[in-house]
Design a protein around this ligand. Sequence first.
Ligand SMILES: [Zn+2]
Length: 295
Amino acid sequence: MITAVIIMLKLKAIEILPSSSAFAATTQHWKHRIRIRIRIRIRISQSLFSSLSIPSSFSLHPSFKHFPSVAMASLSSTSNDSSSSPSSSFHSAGDVQKIKFCQWCGGTTKHDIPDGEERLRAICTTCGKIAYQNPKMVVGCLIEHDNKVLLCKRKIEPSYGLWTLPAGYLEIGESAMEGAIRETREEANADVEVISPFVQLDIPLIGQTYIIFLAKLKKPHFSPGPESSECKLFSLDEIPFSSLSFSSMVVTLNLYVEDMKAGRKPKFHYGTINKRPGTSPSDIDAFTLEDHMQS
Ligand SMILES: [Zn+2]
């Protein structure tokens, strides 16, 4: 069964419409395909999330390819950045023109499309090596404890002072699950056991993919790590949706709340976050969630 959900929400508007998807129809594992669109200046007509605290402006919709000139809001997703948190490297991601020197020999680069390829690359004029750029993976944990979830308030930029799930860049040599456990230990001083994967969110514009795992505390202890000013458990109705750090976090937590409010176990979700070009990592309203599928 396939369900396409269009959520239009801004200034209190949420609307969900059923639809179908050929892709989902052919895939048994994916029972639903949900597309979300956020629009502005629409009053709430129906509310799937009416009881939730959701950003005042966001829309999830099927095809967010044409970004309106007006401010768009969207489901959230989070990205931590820089070395330990993903969101900071977004804007330079994929900008091959910024690669001026070869990372192997230090020679100057030229920017050209190599034979047999279609993309512009930075090519070393000395050793000839090509600097391929590929997406980075961000991993983290959604920790359930006493019907609450654990969030951390960021003590670093970007999104200083905003709330996030413990997450960060996957390191070479570790699995996604190992990375998620490590990031949770670093940011929340929490020792967790992973329960299952919960969501994969691709953010093509900034070259990032998020994998967030459901997890539980091995011991009921947590405290702020060096990158956090506070760590706190929130009930579903207390989640500070208007103060989340990244669109990936907004999406992840909305999907989780939706699953839980529906009285079911969390499903596994996949989706693509299309951020509006030119927006900052912290602009949690400037995106749409597309190709949402769930197990
Ligand atoms: Zn070189």
